[in-house]
Design a protein around this ligand. Structure first.
Ligand SMILES: NC(=O)c1ccc[n+]([C@@H]2O[C@H](COP(=O)([O-])OP(=O)(O)OC[C@H]3O[C@@H](n4cnc5c(N)ncnc54)[C@H](O)[C@@H]3O)[C@@H](O)[C@H]2O)c1
Length: 271
């Protein structure tokens, strides 16, 4: 079977996507080749049935994959991309999930005719509940675009943006967003313990409440604001808590500042 997808970097994000592609059956293990310098992570990919190598020179000569997916840190993305220069300006489409790094950087390294797609995934992709947002240059064929969308859909919901500058906002909202929610779970757990609940109960209540509320918001036809009002009895307990969170737009301001800090950092990483 020919190698369709080379995955460079099989850490948190690379592995989450690879596992999703193979589990969905949209790719066969023999159609994937994983390049990962870390031995343990390489063995983990091998367990899924992928062929593996320690660096780009391990890819069999003459291999022309449909995609090279770059899932390495932004700090090393230029050097890693350069190792695939021989596949630039050709049939292979490059997909990068690196925060910040603009399409122009890949065009500069690989050649201006290279098809390039930037994708911002998030870690819930590991259980098929990710948010995958893409932005492509003009060299990507309709057929490849459809192929990539199908692969991304194995990891969760898919959206596209046409204006690449919006990828910094996407990164700040859905790319980094799971960390904000995990922190909220930590905070709600700590508050529950402080209010007198045992540790395990506190964690269960915090987690199930976030899970249930997010699921209800996703499945309901009502706006989140309406769902919030349905919980809030006049002069009741929720109203007392929301006065703390919403008074002077306290939480709104805090979340706005956090997202703006992430967006600015994404712009910096691209320089
Ligand atoms: N973790 C997230 O939530 C998340 C979400 C969206 C996007 N991203 C982006 O995904 C990329 C990877 O992030 P991560 O969290 O998976 O990091 P990670 O450190 O878990 O994974 C990166 C992997 O790249 C490997 N690597 C280093 N040099 C390499 C080389 N020359 N060839 C092949 N592999 C090499 C490392 O060994 C490591 O396993 C980053 O650019 C990040 O911006 C991450």
């Amino acid at each position: 079977m020919t190698v369709k997808v080379v995955l460079a970097g099989c850490g948190n994000m690379g592995y989450a996507m690879l596992a999703g592609w193979l589990k969905s059956g949209r790719l066969q293990p023999a159609e994937t080749f994983v390049i990962e310098p870390n031995e343990e992570l390489r063995a983990r990919a091998q367990k899924l049935g992928s062929a593996v190598g320690g660096d780009a020179s391990d890819i069999p000569a003459g291999t022309t994959p449909k995609l090279v997916v770059l899932a390495v840190k932004p700090q090393v993305i230029r050097d890693v991309t350069a190792a695939y220069k021989n596949l630039g300006d050709g049939e292979t489409t490059f997909v990068s999930v690196a925060a910040g790094t603009p399409i122009a950087t890949f065009e500069e390294i690989l050649g201006s005719k290279t098809p390039i797609i930037r994708v911002m995934p998030n870690t819930p992709a590991a259980i098929g509940k990710g948010m995958m947002v893409s932005c492509a240059n003009g060299n990507v064929s309709t057929e490849t675009s459809a192929f990539v969308e199908k692969l991304l859909a194995a990891s969760g919901a898919v959206a596209t943006v046409d204006d690449e500058r919006q990828m910094d906002a996407v990164t700040a909202v859905s790319g980094s967003g799971p960390a904000y929610i995990f922190h909220f779970i930590e905070c709600l757990t700590a508050a529950a313990e402080q209010a007198g609940l045992p540790k395990e109960t506190a964690k269960l209540l915090a987690m199930q409440t976030v899970y249930g509320a997010a699921s209800l918001a996703a499945e309901s036809d009502e706006e989140p604001g309406t769902l919030r009002q349905q919980v809030t009895s006049p002069k009741g307990t929720t109203a007392a808590a929301l006065a703390v969170l919403m008074g002077n737009d306290r939480l709104k301001t805090l979340v706005g500042e956090a997202v703006e800090a992430a967006r600015r950092r994404s712009i910096e990483l691209g320089k």
